[in-house]
Design a protein around this ligand. Structure first.
Ligand SMILES: [Zn+2]
Ligand SMILES: [Zn+2]
Length: 151
């Protein structure tokens, strides 16, 4: 059997999506599974780091990223209890790790543009958080400065 893109090169595996034989050069490994380079374009490597970051800023968002919609919505609704939020961050990282190593199948794979939008949204949120924290700190520093100035 030879590679379907290189008719003179022996195939070493079959693509998981299109079932075509692929050679060493065309073989791409995503989340522990083997794809040809064309099918790999539609796949993305699950990132435990991003899953944790998503869940840190928005409770349940890391679960949505992992394809656990029901769990994500449950955590989103109970995130104000703090404990589900903390659990959500840990769970998002562990599940993303399992998916990345091919131990677990992602139930739904979010398209690349949705993941990009999520990343941009989280970066925007973190800027908002930082400016909010900075406003609070400078407000208290101003108040402290005023009370110190008064005899
Ligand atoms: Zn393929
Ligand atoms: Zn090839």
């Amino acid at each position: 059997m030879t590679c379907y893109l290189h008719p003179h090169t022996p195939a070493i595996a079959t693509c998981k999506d299109c079932r075509q034989p692929v050679c060493e050069v065309c073989l791409v490994k995503v989340n522990g599974k083997l794809y040809c380079e064309h099918c790999a374009v539609n796949r993305h490597q699950q990132s435990p780091l991003w899953a944790g970051v998503f869940s840190f800023f928005v409770p349940g968002l890391g679960q949505l990223y992992n394809g656990d919609w029901a769990k994500g919505i449950a955590i989103l609704l109970t995130g104000w209890l703090i404990l589900p939020w903390v659990y959500g961050v840990i769970d998002a990282v562990l599940v993303a790790q399992a998916i990345a190593q091919g131990e677990r199948e992602a139930a739904t794979v979010a398209p690349g543009y949705i993941i990009l939008a999520m990343k941009l949204g989280v970066i925007g949120l973190s800027c908002l958080y930082l400016s909010l924290v900075w406003t609070v700190i400078s407000f208290f520093m101003a108040v402290a400065g005023l009370s110190l100035a008064q005899p």
